[in-house]
Design a binder for this molecule. Structure first.
Ligand SMILES: [Zn+2]
Length: 326
């Protein structure tokens, strides 16, 4: 008796996904906006699988603020203590050469709370999730603010590769474990005198006794703990299945700062699989490789608008409740 013997499909690992070069045929598509929105909606409607790739532009479009008046309002005392030229926004502030651990955690506890646990910009994230209900979806993100989690996406469908504002680790990565530090950050923030926290609140590595650091990928000591590897494995399982089906890649606000994790791999996947379409939403960098033809839709627009318009087009096209086809 013969059974259907299927060759096991080759697994697409995160490592193999990551290898992709930069395209040399980028174009800005000249298709009118309304037509692109309609095509994006049509692609998502036809898709069985949607892999979302979210970058910094998604958080910004959703309303997250990092500099300007917002930073002045929340970090004024740090600006006065260290000088405005070193304290302009939450990105640069973290790199200040703090004189001691009390000062470093004084800034970082405030920053981790403001950009992480206390950030709530989920309406746009919820719009994306609602629009894709019924699809097999997975989210690959370089954002560390956990806004998709907060918007209600099951955590097992998210792979946040670059860490989290909630977590700390041994600064030298002496052991592969991370620690939820939100309660500690709150304690630090409340106990802070000026720009410094009391010495007794400075965290120490429970293994080597050395300093702790945020679990954010910024050097070779970034800790990938068990849950990181579990998420990587789920990503790989999803993608291995999805590349053989109708897959739409929905890229949200990924620029050229860290293109190697989402942007370039998405282009390469699309190039290699005729069943994949890439939808790239970016305020100003939605160029796409010309060679992808109509399997790439690059929409240069405020992505809050394009997401809302695509979601609306998807909803409009659905049959009214109770109606059946045929
Ligand atoms: Zn250690």
């Amino acid at each position: 008796m013969f059974k259907n013997i299927r060759t096991p499909a080759r697994k697409v690992t995160f490592q193999s996904f990551l290898s992709g070069g930069i395209a040399n045929d980028y174009i800005t598509q000249s298709t009118p906006y309304a037509e692109q929105v309609a095509r994006a909606a049509q692609t998502l409607r036809a898709a069985d699988y949607v892999l979302i790739g979210a970058g910094a532009g998604m958080s910004t479009a959703a309303g997250a603020e990092y500099g300007g008046k917002f930073f002045e309002a929340h970090f004024g005392e740090f600006q006065r203590a260290y000088g405005r030229q070193y304290m302009q926004d939450m990105y640069t502030a973290g790199f200040y050469p703090f004189p001691d651990e009390e000062s470093r955690w004084g800034l970082w506890s405030k920053l981790a709370l403001t950009a992480g646990a206390d950030l709530d910009v989920t309406p746009l994230h919820k719009t994306v999730l609602r629009a894709l209900e019924g699809k097999k979806t997975f989210i690959l993100t370089t954002n560390t603010d956990q806004q998709f989690d907060r918007a209600g996406c099951p955590p097992e469908q998210i792979f946040a590769t670059q860490g989290s504002y909630r977590l700390i680790q041994c600064q030298r990565g002496c052991h592969q474990k991370t620690y939820d530090a939100v309660p500690l950050f709150r304690e630090m923030d409340q106990a802070r005198q000026g720009v410094k926290i009391p010495g007794e609140l400075v965290p120490k590595c429970p293994v080597c006794g050395g300093p702790m650091a945020m679990n954010l990928r910024c050097d070779n000591y970034f800790v990938q703990d068990e849950s990181w590897y579990a998420a990587e494995e789920r990503f790989s399982t999803f993608l291995s299945e999805a590349v053989n089906g109708k897959l739409a890649l929905l890229e949200l606000g990924v620029g050229f700062n860290t293109p190697t994790i989402i942007r370039l791999p998405f282009e390469r996947l699309t190039k290699n699989h005729p069943n994949i379409t890439l939808i790239r939403l970016n305020r100003s960098k939605a160029v796409v490789p010309d060679s992808l033809g109509d399997r790439a839709i690059g929409i240069n627009a405020d992505i809050a608008h394009s997401i809302t318009d695509i979601a609306a087009a998807l909803t409009d096209a659905e049959p009214a409740p109770g109606r059946t086809d045929g």
